[in-house]
Write a protein that binds this ligand. Sequence first.
Ligand code: SF4
Length: 377
Amino acid sequence: MSLNHVRPWRNIYRRKSRQIMVGNVPVGGDAPISVQTMTNTLTTDVAATVAQVQAAAEAGADLVRISVPDEASSRALKEIVTECPVPIVADIHFHYKRGIEAAEAGAACLRINPGNIGDENRVKEVIKAARDHGCSIRIGVNAGSLEKHLLEKYGEPCPEAMVESGLEHIRILEDNDFHEFKISVKASDVFLAAAAYQGIAEATDAPIHLGITEAGGLVSGTIKSAIGLGNLLWMGIGDTIRVSLSADPVEEVKVGYEILKSLGLRHRGVNIISCPSCARQGFDVIKTVETLERRLEHVKTPMSLSIIGCVVNGPGEALMTDVGFTGGGAGSGMVYLAGKASHKMSNEQMIDHIVAEVEKKAAQIEASEDAAQDAAE
Ligand code: SF4
């Protein structure tokens, strides 16, 4: 699928993948690139885990993954899935039986790591459970846990070894006539991950789950993920993404969306365009943007807002945004609506006013989308 813009230099041609379902979320084909995260609560703490899934879903997560390290977690998973607003992916390592239990518990997808799930017979049992319970599977290859025979063959984790690991497991699934799977080939090294993903993207039409594993803390991990995932997405590779940060899962979701938004691949909520500010600013840009980000978190309709310190760039940026504010002199600035200068507003009242204008615009966009949908039906 291509995202054709009026400006061809913005086009991204998505790799053609087949589509699978993770619960009610389509992954691959022309489905929107879904955003995932993972809980970091104890799975056995049902209330805390459900609360974290709900917070992630509220922030926009389409799917949430939960670790299932022991039998008690499998039991907890059964309760958790009934209370979660999004499909749950069960993360399985070492114990193939957890995969079977998770499928029985209602997981929408099982993530299995070829490097540590055991021999082919065990994988076959997991496949049977997935089939019996309508689960999809993610083959989650990780550079840090490749199978021994591949490490011996290649000497170290390298793109070829990761692709080979992925293809060996694809073969097992396909030999068992199981096709509802996606694949990831993650590494914490962006070069290794990017090369492995390019290799697997050429070798299969399975949907691809993108991630740079163990990327780091909020700032460093965001940058690493933006470079790694950003490059791959720009090449058209990737059907679902997870940003791995040593941070709150909600932050992972926000960063995931920001990466997709930057590439025009998916939109959600208010995209704020703001200047870094300097001595020319007519109001405190940094504080204003921080406040607006918080005050506008509830708006899910895709739209744009420019908050610019002065007239050097303000009118130009406002031309391309739904709502804009540009600092001026004497404690007030200009409000722009649909690219046109509309009215002046004092700096003191500006935040409440902008929030109201954005909410109004969001309501208009939603109403016109509803009307278009009614007309099409
Ligand atoms: S738009 Fe104005 S205030 Fe903002 S950085 Fe540029 S010159 Fe400075």
